[in-house]
Design a protein around this ligand. Structure first.
Ligand SMILES: [Zn+2]
Length: 341
């Protein structure tokens, strides 16, 4: 389900856009108006082994279902946006080799969706789409530049400068999870491609779990010491909420790793706003532990940057949750539509 309030058609501002967010197990589909308000929503299973052509046919069917329910004429929808995991070639509209979609490799997904949906389609990386969603109507709403880091199984992200998403020559723009934060030979290994010292190996859910397991195995004193095999970011959060000193320190150390990566990104593009999205947020904005996590990121950044940059840079949690992807995909479609006018 979408967490967004749905807006009724008589309050909506045309034209309308579909936003489609393809995940490993599910596909989220939303219809938004020109302001980013959600008018209709549907979610379908990815059914990965059935392949991408079948999935795009079912996406188009779900889109028609949304229109039917609203009694909306298809001609009012002018464009769709599609976000998928990489690797991909955005300009050619091609999926290359998304690791969790083994049956979807080297597929012209934009052409496939355009034919099924009978609409022009804008294409983006899923994390870039989420960044654009936060930028359009979420935490970045009043800004013209923004960097998003999504903390999940991996660390993804997106960079928006002066209202433009940075796609990059190799469709690799905003892949902040692979920033190198530790150059030493014994630095942690990244899950993808085996590079060392990447931010993702320290601050993703899997990086956090691996680090925690090692520390506990080495004898760290914690409530979690007896459950090393069951350790997850969520358990560390729960132990921290119970006042476990090791968990609190561990969360702050994770925040500091993020701060190292964020400092480099800010020193490169000076966005004024850095947003932390994704489910691995140690409770997020509504919990004291989440706030402590955010404070440690801010402190680590402040300790490494310049005073004027610090004063002009905000670091905040994301606000759209799992809806950011489909909203951002629709937002990218909207941006392309208005550019072409
Ligand atoms: Zn990496």
């Amino acid at each position: 389900m979408t967490q967004q309030k749905t807006t009724s058609l008589d309050q909506a501002q045309s034209p309308y856009f579909f936003g489609i967010d393809v995940g490993g197990t599910g596909i989220k589909i939303g219809l938004t108006d020109d302001q980013g308000a959600t008018l209709g929503y549907s979610a379908i299973d990815t059914l990965e082994p059935q392949g991408p052509a079948d999935a795009m046919r079912r996406v188009a069917e779900a889109c028609r279902g949304i229109l039917g329910k609203l009694g909306l004429d298809p001609s009012r929808v002018v464009r769709a946006g599609l976000g998928t995991p990489g690797s991909q070639d955005i300009r050619k509209g091609m999926l290359i080799e998304p690791p969790n979609h083994p049956h979807w490799h080297h597929f012209p997904i934009v052409k496939s969706l355009e034919e099924s949906l009978k609409l022009p389609v804008s294409y983006a990386n899923d994390a870039n789409a989420a960044a654009f969603g936060e930028f359009w109507i979420g935490t970045g709403k009043i800004h013209d530049s923004m960097v998003l880091l999504t903390l999940g199984t991996g660390v993804g992200g997106g960079v928006i400068i002066d209202n433009e998403l940075v796609v990059g020559r190799n469709s690799f723009g905003g892949e902040c999870g692979h920033m190198i934060i530790d150059p030493s030979p014994e630095a942690r290994l990244c899950a993808w491609g085996g590079g060392r010292g990447h931010l993702e190996a320290y601050a993703s859910a899997s990086g956090v779990t691996a680090r925690a397991r090692e520390e506990l195995q080495a004898g760290a004193k914690s409530l979690l010491a007896s459950q090393i095999d069951k350790i997850t970011a969520k358990r560390i959060f729960e132990a921290a909420e119970q006042g476990d000193p090791w968990s609190l320190k561990f969360i702050e150390q994770t925040g500091d790793y993020l701060a190292i990566g964020i400092t480099s990104m800010v020193h490169m593009v000076d966005p004024g706003l850095v947003v932390l999205g994704g489910a691995m947020n140690f409770g997020g904005p509504n919990s004291p532990t989440g706030q402590r996590f955010l404070d440690s990121v801010r402190r680590g950044f402040e300790a490494r940057t310049f005073q004027n940059v610090q004063a002009g840079t905000h670091i905040e949690f994301a606000s759209l949750g799992a809806d950011a992807g489909y909203i951002g995909a629709a937002g990218i479609a909207r941006s392309d539509y208005h550019k072409a006018l």
